[in-house]
Design a protein around this ligand. Sequence first.
Ligand code: CA
Ligand code: CA
Ligand code: CA
Length: 228
Amino acid sequence: MKQNITRLAIVAGVLVAGAIATTTPASAIGGAAAGTGNPNDEPVHVDVLAPGRGDDAGLDGAGWFVDLSLEYRDGLAAAGFTGLQLTGPAAHNNIAPFPGTFSTGQDDRLPGLVVLTSTTSSTRPGFAGPGTNLANLFNLTGVTDRSEGAAEIWDTWLVGAAIAGEDVDTVLTVAVIDDLDGDGVFDDAPAVVPDADQDGVIDKHDLEEIGVASNIVTVPFHLNGAGA
Ligand SMILES: [Ca+2]
Ligand SMILES: [Ca+2]
Ligand SMILES: [Ca+2]
């Protein structure tokens, strides 16, 4: 047990360090320009803190971060937030003190979130190409601000394998899906985003077709293929 706690502390330390070591939010330098109008009009506002546009991230296609700030205007219940999360592969998956499942698909803790890359593997087990919702691979989910009835959630993923390739240009796309079933909760993200507009590519236009509750942030960057 002591060993488990120590390991968790190490994981938490690494992830928190990553969360703090942010660069200029992508939306502040143009990321939100890919969105669907004034983000202040949307019930959810997404900021991508990492990666930054044009970054050359990672080791051998892994070891890069996706670090998000998600502000839900109507608070935690509307966000579908089901609890704090500290999770990961193998022995880290869904264990105390902050259990959460870890796989591709809809996140059990923040079930409206969609995270895509344009180069996501279609051959790794559980991965179905660029439409694969990567949200349930996030490691660390917590509540950073609850001012005025809103809820700001930070959500961080340390990418553990080259699931989007290496030495390749890619585009990260992040949004929160609309309340598709009308139950008042943003909890309707799909496991796999379909090519909804049938143009042969899965990207932000398909999210617009499905319906979003937030701005859509796109971040073009490079996955470094070199080792340490
Ligand atoms: Ca999860
Ligand atoms: Ca819903
Ligand atoms: Ca499409």
